[in-house]
Design a protein around this ligand. Structure first.
Ligand code: MN
Length: 302
């Protein structure tokens, strides 16, 4: 199995090293991650500037773009054809409607866009100092998740209760909850006397929503939320149709459509099968493809 690991905290963040190490038990791991922290960039993609890839060490690639750029290049430029994409471990929760800000989650959404099972993993504790305590728990977590996600080419958002709060009580499949932030914006003055603003809002309230990701981690359960990228308000369509067009008709009452099979799905499956057999004959599962860096022919060698 080939696994691409990314994050939004940068290729040098401790969380990605833990995740890559745990993922290595499942096959060949490629890390393709932003060169610097790109948290809260959502699913931004770079369309108006160059993107560069730099080898950090064998199998570890830094990209000077967003998490979504990393996944896009890993799939469509480096042709890694991952069987699974893992994003994280983010030091901090990605719960409820925060998934729309998160770069960690966006990387998984981008993977799912290319019909690859993709898992975002976040630790519901602030700071990175607890990540080392998380390390011994990751093999067990992946043992539970990997067989399930492998055959499901969608995005999963996983939130881990803080290890500081004691052992996890189990796992729960959840829906997104709600998180509301306080509204403060801090105003300061820069050294040249001009005002600048810093978005605060660290105070969070989470309503008690049964079955939500927020409730699950509050209760010490690992939260697993399957995510869709259709954010249509189906429940509002009939009413809006009545206001704009006229009385509801059969056509204006729409339920969530079933997922369409991804055009890249068959392609992805075929390549995944290809490199599964190729990796079987290679000691590190990597030398057989020489996928990246590209082989450059110099004058001397030609
Ligand atoms: Mn982050």
């Amino acid at each position: 199995m080939r696994i691409v690991v990314t994050n939004d905290d940068g290729v040098h963040a401790p969380g990605i090293a833990l995740l890559a190490r745990a993922a290595a038990a499942y096959g060949q791991v490629w890390v393709v991650a932003p060169d610097v922290e790109r948290s809260a960039v959502a699913q931004a993609i770079t369309l108006n500037g160059p993107l560069r890839l730099r080898s950090v060490r064998p199998g570890w690639i830094a990209c000077d773009g967003t998490p979504t750029d990393c996944i896009h290049l890993a799939i469509n430029q480096m042709k890694l054809a991952p069987d699974v994409i893992l994003s994280g471990v983010n030091p901090g929760p990605n719960l409820a409607n925060d998934v729309l800000y998160s770069g960690t989650v966006a990387a998984a959404m981008e993977g799912a866009r290319w019909a690859i099972p993709s898992v975002a993993i976040s630790h519901c504790a602030s700071g990175e100092d607890l990540l080392e305590d998380l390390a011994p728990l990751l093999p067990g977590l992946l043992a539970a998740l990997m067989p399930m996600v492998r055959s499901r080419p969608i995005a999963f958002n996983v939130n881990l209760p803080s290890v500081a709060l004691g052992p996890w009580r189990g796992m729960q499949v959840t829906r997104l909850g709600r998180r509301y932030y306080s509204n403060e914006v801090h105003e300061r003055t820069d050294p040249r006397g001009r005002p600048y603003y810093w978005i605060g809002g660290d105070h969070v309230t989470m309503p008690d929503i049964a079955g939500s990701d927020c409730n699950a981690v509050r209760d010490g359960l690992v939260s697993v939320t399957p995510l869709a990228d259709d954010i249509t308000r189906y429940d509002a369509m009939t009413d809006i149709h009545a206001a704009l067009v006229g009385p509801a008709t059969e056509l204006s009452v729409v339920a969530a459509a079933p997922d369409h099979p991804h055009p890249a799905l068959a392609d992805h499956r075929a390549r995944a099968a290809d490199h599964a057999s190729a990796a079987a004959g290679s000691p590190d599962g990597r030398s057989n493809g020489a996928i990246w860096p590209p082989q450059v022919t110099t004058k001397e060698s030609s």
